[in-house]
Design a protein around this ligand. Structure first.
Ligand code: NAG
Ligand code: NAG
Length: 506
């Protein structure tokens, strides 16, 4: 009471004073007072905002992307190259809202066969957690893909910490290790859920419970829409992906050990997802810089792989459109143009590089301080992981998440997953090459129309100023694409889960 009336009282008495005497002294006193009270009001609202912001996503309302132009004008120091794009108090926020319904105990079961490589499966499993929640079903620990060309016999508990997964999600859904024996022989509904389905679709699917006690889901990838889902469902996806789906202790511990070894070698490091492997080049039809024999080998591989639908690819056209992974040589030019010193420690997160050491030397000639799993660890240490593609990929994943800078040379599932996870952890730096723009530069270099040096460097830096993994909303569908096909062109939820990232004001 006293507090509230105080400013009012002061104002009126001051103005009376001002009217009577109207001296310059009184006038400035009045100004000082107005200034002081606005500071008071300002701090009052600030303090309130901090509290309210705790659980608000980064972009609660539709709004324009924040511009990055406020970033202090180009600092030329090398340190700047390692700074996060925006390090002002971003943090994960995945708590449910007050409207969120807790887990139901349910005697209806959902079994899942998860398909794809490690990161496609991780995203798919996280989505299935959300689907089980929407449908009020008990989730049975998913079966992993053993058939795809990843040829990995690992089970869920070989790759993930099963106990932690079940425990972390216990207030969201019930998860069991196996389908109860007595339900194995009864008829199951076998469902291919539609791709990128919304909340309403899965509510509608609960009608299956009338006839079935068990629903088997044949594929888990992209079964849930990226956008237009309730905030609580988006946050559940994040809880599943980032909080519940931890790697099994042997993988987690060994991954951490490799990160420690990298830190001992040089302190800071770049994790380079050099997607220059045989299967990727064959799939994308990118033969730039390869010998005729190599190009032929890749074409034959593409012909022979039935699930790669596009067989005839014009490599030149593909490259001009920015649809090819950067070559080791191009990566070298790129990183150098960004300003990284030749002594920079670079961890290569990838499988076998096509063309082996010969091709890699086109990068190591500029950046000799290159390491891989194989140079960081002994053969003996790698033995348990190396014949399991998914476990090997998990090690690369851990090292990429922990790196100071992450650079993917192509946009695959791993690149998307790592970029999104790094955003979630507070916008750690991810430099996404503008491949289309870079190809134009590389070709000019090749033709001698351009030379390497400070003007090229300025140009490349400007091109990538807003490609550092800073806060923004997800990109929508490509313009001009109609119908359900547009979902395919949207930025995926797990590439930029902005609903799960909050900004506190300190
Ligand atoms: C799930 O169960 C809750 C509580 O029993 C109920 O309110 C809700 O409608 C159910 N959801 C569906 C999709 O059946
Ligand atoms: C491939 O694309 C390039 C660039 O668009 C074009 O110049 C070339 O003629 C094409 N090659 C074939 C075989 O179609």
């Amino acid at each position: 009471m006293v507090n509230r009336s105080f400013p009012q009282h002061r104002t009126s008495s001051t103005s009376r004073f001002l009217l009577r005497k109207s001296s310059p002294f009184a006038f400035s006193l009045c100004l000082i007072f107005i200034f002081a009270s606005s500071i008071f009001v300002f701090f009052f609202f600030c303090a309130r905002n901090v509290l309210e912001d705790e659980q608000k996503p980064l972009f609660p309302e539709p709004e324009e992307f924040p511009s990055h132009s406020h970033a202090k004008s180009e600092q030329k120091s090398v340190d700047h190259l390692w700074d996060a794009p925006s390090s002002h108090g971003f943090h994960p926020c995945v708590k449910p809202t007050s409207r969120y319904g807790a887990a139901q105990t349910s005697d209806r079961y959902i079994t899942v066969r998860s398909n794809g490589g490690l990161n496609q499966m991780r995203a798919g499993i996280s989505d299935m957690v959300a689907v089980a929640h929407i449908m009020n079903g008990t989730l049975v620990i998913p079966q992993l893909d053993k058939r795809s060309f990843w040829h990995d016999t690992s089970t869920f508990s070989d790759i993930f910490d099963e106990h932690h997964f079940i425990k972390t999600l216990r207030s969201d859904i019930k998860i069991v290790k196996e389908l109860p024996k007595e339900l194995e022989s009864i008829p199951h509904a076998r469902k291919h859920f539609t791709s990128w389905a919304g909340f309403g679709y899965y509510e509608e699917m609960t009608r299956l419970w009338k006839d079935y006690q068990v629903i088997h889901v044949a594929k888990s990838d992209s079964r849930l829409a990226n956008n237009d889902l309730p905030l609580d469902i988006q946050r559940l996806r994040c809880r599943a992906m980032y909080e519940a789906l931890h790697f099994a202790p042997p993988i987690e511990n060994f991954g951490k050990k490799l990160v420690e070894r990298l830190r001992l070698r040089g302190g800071r490091y770049i994790a380079l997802h050099l997607r220059y492997e045989k299967d990727m080049l064959s799939f994308t039809g990118c033969t730039y810089g390869l010998t005729h024999l190599e190009a032929e080998e890749l074409e034959i591989m593409r012909e022979k792989t039935p699930h790669w639908k596009i067989k005839n690819i014009n490599s030149t056209q593909q490259r001009i459109e920015g649809l090819c992974p950067l070559t080791p040589k191009e990566v070298g030019i790129f990183l150098q143009a960004l300003g990284y010193l030749p002594s920079t420690l670079i961890y290569i997160a990838a499988g076998e590089i096509y063309g082996g050491d010969t091709r890699l030397s086109e990068l190591s000639s500029r950046f000799p301080n290159i390491v891989t799993k194989e140079t960081l660890a002994t053969e003996e240490e790698l033995k348990p992981f190396i014949n399991h593609a998914s476990q090997s990929a998990a090690l690369d994943y851990i090292i990429s998440i922990e790196s100071d800078v992450f650079v993917p040379t192509y946009s695959g599932n791993m690149a998307r997953a790592v970029e999104g996870h790094r955003r979630y952890l507070g916008h750690r730096k991810t430099i996404t090459p503008d491949r289309k723009g870079l190809v134009d530069i590389f070709d000019k270099l090749e033709k001698g129309q351009l030379g390497e040096g400070s003007s090229l460097s300025d140009h490349v830096r400007r091109m990538h100023k807003n490609r550092q993994g800073g806060p923004r909303k997800r990109r929508g569908p490509q313009p001009g694409i109609k119908g359900r096909a547009r979902f395919r062109t949207e930025e995926s939820f797990f590439e930029n889960p902005y609903e799960c990232i909050c900004k506190s004001k300190q």
